[in-house]
Design a protein around this ligand. Sequence first.
Ligand SMILES: Cc1cc2nc3c(=O)[nH]c(=O)nc-3n(C[C@H](O)[C@H](O)[C@H](O)COP(=O)(O)OP(=O)(O)OC[C@H]3O[C@@H](n4cnc5c(N)ncnc54)[C@H](O)[C@@H]3O)c2cc1C
Length: 442
Amino acid sequence: MTTTSTDSYLILGAGIFGVSTAYYLIKAHPHASVTLVDRDAFDADSRVAASWDWNKVVRADYADIDYCALALEAQDIFNNDPLWRPYFHETGVYWVCRDDYAQEVVNNYKKLGRKAELAAFPLEESRKMYGGLFEQADYTDAKEVLINKTSGWAAAGDCLRAVTREIIRLGVQYVQADVERLVFDEARDCSGVQTKSGENILASRVILSTGAFTAKLLEATAAATGKEDLRAGPRIVAGGIATGMVTLDEKSYEKFAAMPVGFQGYSADKGPFLGTLPPTPEKKLKWWGRTIFSNTQEVLPGRFVSAPPTDQDYAQWKVSQKLQDDVRYSARMFYGAPTATWKMEKLRICWDAFTPTGDFIVSPHSAAKGLYVATCGSFHGFKFFPVIGKYVVQMLEGQLDPHLQQKWAWDRTAEQLDSTTNPEFPRSELSDMLDAPPAAKL
Ligand SMILES: Cc1cc2nc3c(=O)[nH]c(=O)nc-3n(C[C@H](O)[C@H](O)[C@H](O)COP(=O)(O)OP(=O)(O)OC[C@H]3O[C@@H](n4cnc5c(N)ncnc54)[C@H](O)[C@@H]3O)c2cc1C
């Protein structure tokens, strides 16, 4: 199937998957009708998108060679294209490894013929680096530290806003609307969406880039249309992670200003990797918690799906004491005891769509013609913002490399539905992370 300039595209969700897809579509087909729908204004002060954040790690340090190659391609754009360059900060990463990760990353760079200031260092030597910033970190069971000076971070929200502005300038129509469900024509092909206010927006191709909301949207559509096989089932699980920040005083800022991104890597039986990002220009140091949780809820009678809380803002600013403790734990794993007195601010729960293996879904939906899925960043999608849309367009045009077609397919093999070795797959429930109600006074 090839795309023609007369096709119309409706992209649901203006996170990195949706915006990047719109960017590559409008560049390839300047006269096509490309509409991007999101429940939030692209320049709103607060958005539910996982892609909307103060900062995100940008790295090609992957043991999986496909993501390593893709991330290098994205980083080349971050480094060289004036649209993206202002948002990338090449601070390096400091990755505490408890397995062979460092060697796998080094090997991948070699296999891809890429040179970078990238090496594994013994623990004693690395602890003294960066002015001893990570001296008090937790090194239990650690083997070595991977340092890649060419990795770093991006000012995520600013970058998302700037690229969205650019696609609007190029002709993409941005519509702020809450999508209730997908709609289908007489042939049962997907023909658009119905919004909460009852309006239908139609197009010949509909691309779902709705992040953590994707499974719930498909569930609602399956119930309304009787198209049972639209459901995501075990392919997609909405997962949340709490993040926190601390504003550094002038003296600490001097110490932290030139720091790399910090990581603590673990195996699946121990927990997800932990990360901390260098301070923003406002001197805010960020990190995320150690628990990734789903939020399984009865979305329709008898139908249980993990989805963000039903509040319009996903209740993202309501962070329980238990989750605050979870976030504080991570700070200690990087900076030790002094974090006990840190005043945490900007506590947020960030919701993303996870697949069992952490692989994206970039694929036609096999249950309906005209419907495509491009999302499931699985806690690592942001860094691909500058390139992922290129691959989504290849998928739309039937030109995606067969290996990636299989890796990112909607219809997954049993192996692709097995989360056993994926440390980042949600293994707790939000309900376990809520505070107990105060005891009744008799
Ligand atoms: C705490 C945390 C830290 C992370 N850190 C990193 C990192 O350091 N580096 C990295 O590369 N990745 C990171 N990620 C992962 C990355 O942020 C995500 O994988 C990526 O942003 C997902 O993009 P998306 O476009 O699929 O979804 P989103 O960015 O969530 O966008 C989905 C959009 O769909 C819209 N939407 C959903 N449903 C509807 C509806 N019914 N109607 C209208 N609009 C709708 C939402 O409003 C939203 O704007 C992190 C994720 C989290 C949670």
